[in-house]
Design a protein around this ligand. Structure first.
Ligand SMILES: Nc1ncnc2c1ncn2[C@@H]1O[C@H](COP(=O)(O)OP(=O)(O)OP(=O)(O)O)[C@@H](O)[C@H]1O
Length: 334
């Protein structure tokens, strides 16, 4: 630990202000446990800033970057780390969770208590974990592409529509984070009509097992590195962040009644057996592509809880792309 330089990136706004409160309580402990010259804190000033700060820390030779925030902050830190080639440069990412949903730390079992999470960062070796990469069309310029790394889940379909409606809402900022997502999930659930899409799935090893040029009416596709989505939905219970593959979970061709009474409980519990094989499947894949059948339809892609763009999109896994400090890599559910 003596030779480490630790950069903390704090989103004070994460979790509706919880990020600031958590850091203010934790900072004296950090100052006690680390010598002054070995750590530095930076506060995010705007959306996306965490990526720039992570890139700067990598360039300055920091060996550990700690994301203090929610899934969005963790994701942006990993994005900046990947762009700056943090893994090759021997840098690792640590997490102090202080957001609203906290889906990624459910998979990694990172302690919610900030002091315990700091203990993990200061006492454990880093392990290699996979990172996802998505290339999709930009929302307002569909002929241009947006590229983004993600660490937890990138999904498309109703989830993208929910996130888009929350991000566009003028009243969302007046309602607490958890309630906003609950409200917009139900509102979107009533109006969402699964659009037809074309897709290809490849395991990256044996082309004879690839699924190519298939079609479905898309309810949701989760390209999962982690297991949880949308604040505790156990959508990909067998996803493993260190298996060099995504778990691709698809729900499709559902009636409104099936969506409410079968799909919603199945997504919550991770038990897709409630649905027929014509309505749901899970595959372990390395590359996924998807495009709308009708190119005029905007189908939103969300990555780690924020809109990344619209279809068409391509997902690729980056095996062992990130060094991460985890409580116990063996503790991951298989
Ligand atoms: N200074 C800032 N002003 C406004 N937004 C910010 C600022 N700093 C970060 N953000 C944005 O805040 C958003 C939410 O942050 P974060 O993910 O940490 O918390 P959360 O959404 O409450 O938690 P979760 O993603 O776990 O539900 C991110 O999109 C981030 O870019």
């Amino acid at each position: 630990m003596e030779n480490n330089k630790i950069g903390f990136i704090v989103n004070r706004r994460g979790g509706g202000g919880k990020g600031g409160r958590v850091w203010d309580k934790l900072e004296p402990t950090v100052a006690t446990r680390l010598s002054k010259t070995t750590w530095k804190v930076e506060y995010t000033q705007h959306s996306g800033h965490a990526s720039d700060l992570a890139g700067e820390f990598v360039k300055q030779g920091y060996t550990i970057i700690v994301a203090v925030g929610g899934d969005g902050t963790i994701s942006q830190v990993v994005h900046g780390y990947m762009l700056a080639d943090g893994c090759t440069k021997g840098c690792a990412v640590g997490i102090i969770s202080s957001g609203t949903g906290g889906d990624f730390v459910r998979t990694t079992k990172t302690p919610r208590d900030p002091v315990q999470a700091l203990d993990v960062i200061l006492s454990q070796e880093s392990s290699f974990v996979d990172v996802g990469h998505v290339t999709c069309a930009k929302v307002d310029a569909p002929l241009e592409t947006n590229e983004q790394y993600f660490i937890n889940i990138c999904s498309v379909g109703i989830s993208g529509a929910i996130i888009k409606s929350v991000e566009s809402s003028s009243i969302a900022k007046y309602i607490s984070g958890g309630l906003v997502y609950w409200l917009y999930t139900y509102l979107t659930g009533f109006v969402y009509r699964p659009p037809p899409v074309k897709y290809t799935l490849s395991n990256g090893v044996d082309a004879s097992q690839d699924v190519t040029d298939k079609e479905m009416n898309l309810y949701i596709m989760a390209v999962a590195n982690g297991q949880y989505l949308g604040g505790n939905m156990h959508i990909a219970p067998k996803a493993d962040i260190a298996d060099s593959k995504f778990d691709v979970v698809c729900l499709h061709d559902l009636s409104l009644a099936d969506a409410f009474f079968k799909a919603a409980p199945a997504l919550k519990s991770g038990d897709l057996m409630r649905l027929s094989s014509h309505q749901a499947f899970t595959q372990r894949n390395a590359t996924v592509t998807m495009s709308p059948k009708n190119l005029e339809t905007k189908i939103y892609v969300e990555a780690d809880g924020e809109v990344a763009g619209i279809l068409p999109a391509t997902w690729k896994v980056v095996p062992n792309g990130c060094r991460m400090i985890l409580p116990s890599p063996i503790g991951l559910e298989k």
